[in-house]
Write a protein of this length. Structure first.
Length: 325
């Protein structure tokens, strides 16, 4: 932190908080990762439950343990915030019901990968997740004394755990403001509000952490996620009546709610492998089609990777693509 931050961010955040306090609960308020932690489990095992819940669903937590959502008494609905959340919730319950329970030690030493897979069978990519969960449990058991690591960098060393989950786990499981948890909702809202101009959640996190006071970090995610779920949805945000419309470039009609999509024709053209395009041009030239331009292009050979990249092609260099085929 250190930068001043976008003009008026504090007012906007306060208005968002006020709407969240006054309004109905959002899915994030009733669906935190900690909701699925077995209340009878030890603190150490509850942390593992939170991590596994995040790992399975990549959901957004309701709040820190004992925090805002708990105070509002809304931690009653054991589901999570995205479309397949009931499936994820059931998977966590199935894991908790395994003989020996949901602990790193039990998953590492006693429960087979097949049994984990069976418990999470309805979750997408369950086979891959079962494999990674087994490895994750083994690392927690062997390297971290049967607990989840207490810092984000070490959390990210666990299989299947990226920055978003690591920082949310730090906030929720450890109650530590190690970073701002930025998921797709927070990323979208921060860009719509003009607070950042970024292409992905990780870049948004780094930008926001430059100016957001650390005291705001833990609650920033659930506050914005709930607002985004109820009002500032991905498609069709309810700008009418939005308390921050006067401060929002999208609400004022100065920019579209979502980044404009590249026309399909341009996307396809950009994807075209340059070597293939050159071959096509060569063929056209050989057939006497395409005029002087085509003949010159054919003589020049395939364009360089830089030419490809800067023309908007992006992606892997053509040589590598060819080698992969
Ligand atoms: S004005 Fe519209 S786009 Fe801006 S924050 Fe409110 S709902 Fe979202």
């Amino acid at each position: 932190m250190g930068a001043a931050g976008p003009a008026g961010w504090q007012d906007v955040l306060n208005l968002i908080k006020a709407e969240r306090r006054a309004g109905p609960p959002a899915p994030v308020d009733t669906a935190g990762a900690e909701v699925l932690a077995d209340p009878a489990a030890s603190e150490r095992d509850k942390r593992f439950h939170v991590l596994i819940a995040l790992f399975l669903s990549r959901w957004v937590p309701a709040a820190t343990p004992g925090g805002r959502a708990a105070a509002r008494g809304r931690l009653t609905d054991p589901c999570c915030s995205q479309t397949k959340d009931p499936v994820t919730a059931q998977a966590v319950r199935n894991l908790q019901a395994l003989p020996g329970g949901l602990t790193p030690e039990n998953l590492a030493l006693n429960v087979s990968e097949a049994a984990i897979d069976a418990a999470i069978a309805k979750v997408g990519f369950h086979a891959t997740k079962a494999k990674r969960m087994k490895a994750l449990a083994q690392m927690c058991h062997e390297k971290h004394g049967g607990d989840i690591p207490p810092d984000a960098a070490q959390l990210m060393e666990l299989p299947g755990i990226g920055p978003k989950m690591a920082f949310i786990a730090m906030n929720v499981a450890w109650g530590k403001a190690a970073g701002v948890g930025v998921d797709t909702h927070v990323h979208r809202l921060c860009n719509r509000l003009g607070w950042v101009d970024t292409k992905n959640p990780e870049k948004t996190r780094l930008a926001v952490e430059q100016w957001l006071p650390i005291e705001e970090w833990i609650d920033f995610n659930p506050t914005l996620v709930g607002f985004a779920q109820l009002r500032c949805r991905p498609i069709g945000p309810t700008c009418d009546g939005c308390p921050v419309r006067h401060r929002c470039p999208v609400g004022r009609g100065e920019k579209p709610p979502n980044p404009p999509k590249q026309p399909k024709k341009e996307r396809n053209a950009a994807k075209e492998v340059p070597a293939k395009a050159a071959k096509k041009r060569g063929k056209a030239a050989a057939e006497g089609k395409g005029g002087v331009k085509a003949v010159k292009a054919a003589k020049a050979g395939p364009p360089s990777f830089d030419a490809f990249r800067f023309s908007g092609g992006g992606g892997r260099p053509p040589e590598k693509k060819k080698a992969k085929q």
